[in-house]
Design a binder for this molecule. Structure first.
Ligand code: AMP
Length: 290
């Protein structure tokens, strides 16, 4: 595996791969790699060669009061893991390489970026869309891999890719969870012992929604009552939002008909976690995927 620090060299490498008609796969990450990230790497390796993994803790997607400074950084460990996976290129530019002095451009995906995560984290999706567009332009992958864990983020990236006629196909991979249901996240490292246990309430609340749907409940308001009841059982956990939204518009829905997401964001102590369930209409019922 070659580690690449500059945009220019990354562009040269991937341009050469395209000349050789190879299928470039890109897996953008912020590092502190876990099984969620590695599931994206495996998905990329099934379909692509070379596979480029980027590790870049993007300052533009963190708010002023957020955890940019303390975000876990463990490049040497990550590098060793990716090496054993047989990843071809690790792209890990500095903030100055991505945002040189005088940088002035931003990508705003309107409406989709303003709700839910975007409302509570102003500017977050502007930072995400800007860096992802840059990464897609630098590597110009045939396929780029993202996790459904960040469902609103993927929806926004897909919209951007479509609106800007990007050639990269956006591939969405399932959520990888701990055995007790907690969705893997680099931020789980912040959780202390009791918090780690309490954090499973996000999964448990989504599982309660799954149970309610299986029992025939179709009213999103009622589903959210069931969800909130479970969250309320953990006093250490504060709900930021819980909504049932149309999977396309990310607007709240009034009855289950189309594919939708149940989205939850909550704070466990000082740690902010998100999770979601995908609800898809099937012939006789609904399939709920956690
Ligand atoms: P991050 O390093 O948190 O920016 O995440 C990089 C990519 O990994 C994003 O596309 C995430 O959606 C994805 N990801 C993070 N956690 C998980 C998970 N538990 N399961 C699947 N994908 C994940």
């Amino acid at each position: 595996m070659e580690t690449i620090h500059t945009v220019q060299w990354m562009k040269q490498i991937t341009a050469q791969a395209r000349r050789e008609d190879r299928v470039i796969g890109l897996v953008p990450t912020m590092g502190a790699l876990h099984e969620g990230h590695l599931s994206l790497v495996r998905a990329a390796q099934k379909q692509c060669s070379p596979v480029v993994v980027s590790i870049f803790v993007n300052p533009k997607q963190f708010g002023p009061a957020e955890d940019f400074q303390k975000y876990p950084r463990m490049l040497e460990v990550d590098r060793a893991v990716l090496e054993t996976y047989g990843v071809n290129y690790l792209f890990t530019p500095s903030p100055e390489e991505i945002y040189p002095a005088g940088f002035r451009t931003a990508v705003v995906v309107e409406e989709l970026s303003e709700r839910l995560e975007g409302r509570l984290r102003p500017g977050h999706f502007k930072g995400v869309a800007t860096v992802v567009l840059k990464l897609l332009e630098i590597a110009q992958p045939r396929l780029a891999f993202f996790g459904r864990k960040d469902a609103q983020q993927v929806r926004i990236i897909r919209q951007m890719a479509s609106d800007l006629n990007l050639d990269s196909e956006i591939v969405v991979c399932p959520i990888v969870r701990e055995p007790d249901g907690l969705a893997l996240s680099s931020r789980n490292a912040y959780l202390g012992g009791a918090e780690r246990q309490a954090a499973t309430v996000l999964y448990r609340s989504l599982d309660a929604v799954r149970g309610a749907i299986a029992a025939g409940e179709r009213n999103p308001a009622h589903l959210l009552v069931a969800l909130r009841q479970v969250v309320a059982s953990e006093p250490a956990v504060t709900l930021d939002y819980a909504e049932v939204v149309d999977a396309d518009t990310f607007e709240p829905i009034l009855d289950l008909r189309k594919t939708c997401y149940v989205l939850i964001a909550a704070r466990v102590g000082g740690t902010r976690l998100i999770d979601n369930a995908l609800v898809e209409p099937k012939a006789e019922s609904f399939e709920v995927t956690l």
